[in-house]
Write a protein that binds this ligand. Structure first.
Ligand SMILES: [Fe+2]
Ligand SMILES: [Fe+2]
Length: 271
């Protein structure tokens, strides 16, 4: 339940994020396929959110938050989920005010990073899980995410040739923002965007170990780091073709341009 509650922090924002982007595409008179791609991603994300919701309801009635914890482990889970959703709210506030400010290549590079992260995550989990229902769920969600990734790539191939240096450096910052935001589900939260109490991470590790031992397919800390590194290398290869510098990710020993302070309104990526 805890793992799905963490996932829901990302997947449950998907429908609203892409619905808002769909409206934005209409308002800016984007061409028809762009509008419809956004719409189809919105629909897929609704299904992903539904997967989280139904799994949580089945495993832990009242979850993620409408239940009273009794044991220490339950209290830790309940409290951590509360903190996650506090940050989910901050992400949404930032995203709503940012979406109108950014041009299509900036938005789509951020989405592309989210889709790369999501397809990587679900591919890893579908091969790791020992439960047939979760295996099929992760495979199907992973397939959707790969399709979203391809949609983003197709749109970016059209948008990137007109890039200016200003936009390029904005994208570099966005890639760092994507790492900071998405690491919560792919790996562990780095310093930056996340507002969390000091005990969060210790409790998170214990809870994730439970999910791992239950056969959900949660990769080990090192496997997660390696997966994330590989996904990042793919993104790097794509963006560098267009003269976009990659940010430094010291957490994963990835060299690049130093990106300092990120404020919440710079966080765009989503699953
Ligand atoms: Fe997606
Ligand atoms: Fe998704």
């Amino acid at each position: 339940m805890y793992w799905f509650a963490v996932l829901a922090n990302f997947d449950a924002s998907g429908p609203a994020v892409f619905a808002r982007a769909t409206i934005q595409a209409f308002e800016k008179h984007e061409e028809d396929p762009v509008r419809k791609c956004f719409f189809s991603i919105t629909r897929d994300e609704m299904n992903h959110e539904e997967c989280c919701q139904r799994t949580i309801a089945k495993l832990w009635p009242g979850g993620p938050l409408d239940w009273t914890p009794v044991t220490d482990l339950e209290k830790a889970a309940h409290n951590n989920i509360g903190w996650l959703y506090h940050n989910g709210g901050r992400y949404w506030t930032g995203y709503s005010s940012a979406v109108g400010k950014y041009s299509l290549p900036v938005l789509f590079t951020s989405f592309m990073m989210g889709e790369m992260a999501a397809s990587t995550l679900f591919r890893g989990m579908s091969s790791g899980t020992r439960h047939p229902v979760f295996s099929e769920m992760f495979q199907r969600i992973g397939r959707d995410e790969s399709r979203h990734l391809q949609i983003c790539m197709t749109i970016l191939e059209n948008e990137w040739p007109g890039l200016t240096d200003d936009v390029r450096s904005l994208i570099t910052r966005q890639l760092r923002a994507g790492f900071v935001f998405l690491s919560m589900i792919l790996w562990e939260p780095p310093e930056g965007f996340w507002e969390l109490p000091p005990y969060f991470l210790d409790n998170h590790r214990v809870l994730m170990d439970h999910a791992r031992e239950a056969g959900l397919g949660v990769l080990s800390y090192e496997e997660q780091a390696e997966n994330w590194r590989v996904a990042m290398a793919r993104i790097r290869a794509i963006v560098e073709r267009w003269g976009i510098e990659f940010p430094a990710i010291p957490e994963l020993d990835i060299e690049g341009v130093h990106v300092d302070f990120l404020d919440p309104e710079e966080i765009i990526p989503v699953f």
